[in-house]
Design a protein around this ligand. Structure first.
Ligand code: ADP
Ligand code: MG
Length: 236
């Protein structure tokens, strides 16, 4: 289980109210994060990944604090909208970099890379470079690279935002299967309420650097009494 307790952060000293996040995610769960632009969704994911250092608070995984570990040692992988693939390297190599940045893979690690490419339907394309792929295929590569890292927590920051609805739905289903098959836990930021409905039983609403609500997705989207949720959804 992932527990986030009073996790504080300010981009600038002297900000009146720092962001402060509290969130509990069960083992194996996928939770969607929605909320207005600038509300702190990416900041929260970057704090969990270790790219930002909190002013205070805890991040615990199965009871063990991870907030003081460097990013490279956290049990976390993150997938962004911008896939961050290296354009001059083929898919196999791009994915292998997820295992070892120096690319000295053991034979079983290379086998894992091949298995991940296979699982994501990319086996035939492994010699291609990212420029020769569709947007959906590129995000599959980004998922494969996250998968081979074998980290428990998978974070997706608007990873599929550039894709059309049908493709987004397909990739969300894929993420759910991967999470189940690999015993991961995932947080998925999306701007589409429909993505949250497809992705997760529970959704967190983030506003002004706080988790204002964490509840069943349909309840949040259809019956939230919070004015901020209504405003965000455009239903007030
Ligand atoms: P979201 O992902 O929900 O759109 P962010 O976490 O990116 O929101 O941003 C939260 C707030 O922090 C916003 O007000 C944003 O302008 C501010 N912010 C984000 N990144 C930086 C940065 N590098 N420096 C200063 N302020 C930032
Ligand atoms: Mg963001």
């Amino acid at each position: 289980m992932l527990e986030i307790r009073h996790l504080e952060f300010s981009y600038r000293d002297g900000d009146q109210t720092p962001m402060c996040f509290d969130l509990d995610v069960a083992d194996g769960e996928v939770v969607s994060l929605i909320g207005p632009s600038g509300s702190g969704k990416s900041t929260l994911l970057n704090l969990i990944a270790g790219f930002l250092v909190p002013g205070g608070g805890q991040i615990r995984l199965d009871g063990v604090s991870i907030e003081s570990l460097p990013a490279s040692r956290r049990p976390v992988s993150i997938v962004f909208q911008q896939h961050n693939l290296f354009p001059h390297l083929d898919l196999y190599t791009n994915v292998a970099l997820g295992v070892d940045p120096s690319l000295r893979l053991t034979s079983s690690q290379s086998e894992n890379v091949r298995a991940a490419l296979e699982r994501l339907g990319l086996a035939e394309l492994q010699q291609r470079k990212p420029g020769a792929l569709s947007g959906g295929q590129r995000q599959r590569v980004a998922l494969a690279r996250a998968l081979v890292r074998r980290r428990k927590i998978l974070l997706l920051d608007e990873a599929f935002a550039a894709l059309g609805p049908a493709l987004r739905a397909e990739l969300i289903e894929l993420v759910k299967s991967l999470v189940r098959e690999n015993g991961m836990t995932a947080l998925l930021v999306s701007h589409q309420p429909r993505d949250a409905l497809l992705a997760s039983e529970r959704t967190a609403f983030i506003c002004d650097g706080r988790v204002l609500a964490l509840q069943p997705t349909t309840e949040l989207l259809e019956r939230s009494p919070l004015a901020a949720v209504g405003e965000y959804l455009g239903s007030t």
